[in-house]
Design a protein around this ligand. Structure first.
Ligand code: OXD
Ligand code: MN
Ligand code: MN
Length: 545
């Protein structure tokens, strides 16, 4: 029996208990209690929010006895809480070298840690992309938590018995495993992610995928030395990765991570990849030609970065007016100019606001359209990298470009209203049964840059990456599954369909390989059923970090 569906907006926050060693950073005021100093950067926070955060700090206590103390300067703090997401801005409050020594997190870290009575890993809450790895590295650890706490995993939100019973944490395919947002070995996973990233920026794709697969396997409790045998038998954990896990268990760190983080080359390649349009190989080429910093890139591409005050779209357009779509393209130049905005993560409330604005405009063009916000938002992420919306209408018909037409009309309308500033990609999917005209153009995808209209309250609006996916009604649910992610979950869905079921799955449809028979599931649950899989809620599809 399929599970009842969760509303897409529902936030899943697993209360995971992790056993962690006490931090070398954390001070101690009494036996069994550790005191952690926290500094709040007030800028950009309402007085009420600051008041709430202070209240949380005063009343904070983890199951392991860690308490928080508000501290008057960033220098003395281990944790810095801020809603600032730009290096230039944060430097007005904290010296950059000092910032590198801290875990710099969003207020949500405090709220979630408070609620779950434990210090959550900081990576997911890093306030600045540039300090993501340092924030992981400097994230303080809770005091010893009693081993019995581990029995709380899987979290209560994970149903324990269901039809199918094929789901298990050591299954080969991630679409047969539950992957919550935060796992008991989050800290280890964050370290492995540094190794993965390193292989990725160096173009070692097979190795990077190896780490990605290892990261996706959710061991159900905190790994200790007693678990090595079991861990060695997990899928996707080879000898090399096992030795890294061993390093971590024994030393609380993976020495190679520290070396990597200190490499100028790694730092530059990762930094270059934060520019939209610069992938690993372009980043390496730029590095080889002697470039190291964003300033170097700006000189190289002849760009000056946007200041906080220039918010008019017109200022961007002169940079690039190219394109097949007749709309401004997002070239590397523009990607560089908008970098500081595009790297900022998007809170759930803004994701919803953008969806509302888009759907309002669409209602003027065609009433009765339906939409689902997919991507990280749907998997419960507190902040997303971009916004992914799947849209359909019950009367859309295949064959005469209706999907394409609706998408084009919306894009033009959003652009004319200055809500949409760039279109990087506009295409239809024709992967499925290209000989069947009935299935042509079943999906239309527009990858864009969007900015909310001025709120009139002096609030600065930020350019955001927005992906709109238009689907024929018969592939709406397949598109939702395909665009919910995570990447590894999707990869394994496709593999599972192919290797185990003789089917082809992607977001534009499901078909049987040997005769190309098409299937049109009427719900998300039916997509899973068709593939002979137990339904997994979006919040448990977080098979990537
Ligand atoms: C995101 C995601 O964060 O889809 O945008 O995971
Ligand atoms: Mn996304
Ligand atoms: Mn996207």
């Amino acid at each position: 029996m399929p599970l009842p569906k969760r509303p897409a907006n529902e936030i899943y926050s697993p209360i995971l208990k992790r056993k962690r060693s006490s931090s070398p950073n954390s001070g101690s005021d009494a036996p069994g209690k550790s005191l952690l100093k926290v500094f709040i950067i007030d800028a950009k926070l309402d007085a009420e929010v600051v008041e709430d955060l202070r209240h949380l700090i005063d009343n904070f206590g983890t199951a392991a006895g860690t308490q928080l103390q508000l501290c008057p300067s960033a220098e003395d703090a281990q944790i810095v809480i801020t809603d600032i997401h730009m290096q230039k801005r944060i430097e007005r409050h904290v010296n950059w070298d000092t910032a590198k020594q801290k875990a710099i997190v969003t207020p949500q870290w405090l709220r979630d840690s408070f609620e779950s009575k434990q210090l959550l890993p900081c990576g997911e809450y890093a306030a600045l992309r540039e300090l993501y790895e340092e924030t992981i590295q400097n994230c303080p650890e809770d005091s010893q938590i009693s081993a019995s706490n581990d029995q709380d995993f899987p979290p209560k939100a994970i149903p324990s018995s269901r039809k199918g019973a094929g789901i298990c944490y050591n299954h080969h395919y991630s679409c047969m495993r539950y992957s919550p947002l935060i796992c008991p070995n989050q800290k280890l996973v964050e370290k492995l992610a540094i190794l993965r990233r390193h292989r990725e920026v160096e173009g070692l794709d097979i190795q990077a995928l190896g780490y990605e697969r290892a990261i996706s396997v959710p061991f159900p409790r905190v790994i200790t030395t007693n678990d090595f045998h079991e861990v060695s038998e997990l899928p996707h954990i080879g000898r090399k990765i096992l030795s890294k896990i061993q390093d971590f268990i024994q030393h609380g760190d993976i020495p190679e991570c520290r070396t990597i983080l200190n490499e100028t080359r790694y730092q530059s390649l990762v930094l270059f990849n934060t520019v939209y349009g610069i992938g690993p190989s372009t980043a390496r080429a730029l590095y080889s030609s002697g470039l190291r910093t964003i300033k170097d890139l700006e000189r190289h591409y002849g760009v000056t970065s946007r200041t906080n005050d220039s918010n008019d779209n017109a200022s961007l357009e002169h940079l690039d007016r190219s394109t097949k779509t007749g709309l401004p393209d997002l070239s590397i130049k523009v990607g560089l100019e908008l970098r500081e905005e595009l790297i900022m993560r998007i809170p759930r409330s803004e994701v919803e606001e953008i969806r509302d604005v888009v759907m309002n405009e669409l209602a003027h063009i065609r009433s009765g359209c339906v939409s689902t916000i997919t991507g990280g938002y749907r998997r419960g992420k507190i902040e997303s990298n971009d916004i992914d919306i799947v849209i359909s209408h019950k009367d859309l018909k295949p064959g005469d470009d209706q999907v394409k037409g609706l998408c084009a009309e919306l894009i033009r309308c959003l652009y004319d209203k200055r809500l949409l500033t760039h279109v990087m990609y506009l295409s239809s999917f024709r992967e499925h049964n290209t000989l069947r005209t009935t299935h042509w153009d079943s999906l239309q995808k527009a990858l864009t840059v969007f900015i909310l209209p001025d709120s009139g309250k002096g609030q600065k609006r930020i350019h955001r990456r927005l992906d709109l996916i238009f689907a024929l009604p018969e592939v709406y649910h397949t598109a939702i599954v395909g665009w919910t992610g995570s990447t590894m979950f999707e990869r394994d869905l496709r593999l599972w369909a192919k290797e185990k079921k003789g089917m082809k799955f992607d977001s534009s449809g499901i078909s049987r390989r040997h005769d190309s028979k098409l299937y049109f599931p009427k719900s998300e649950e039916e997509v899973f059923e068709l593939l002979d899989l137990e339904f997994i809620e979006p919040a448990l599809r977080n098979a990537d970090l």
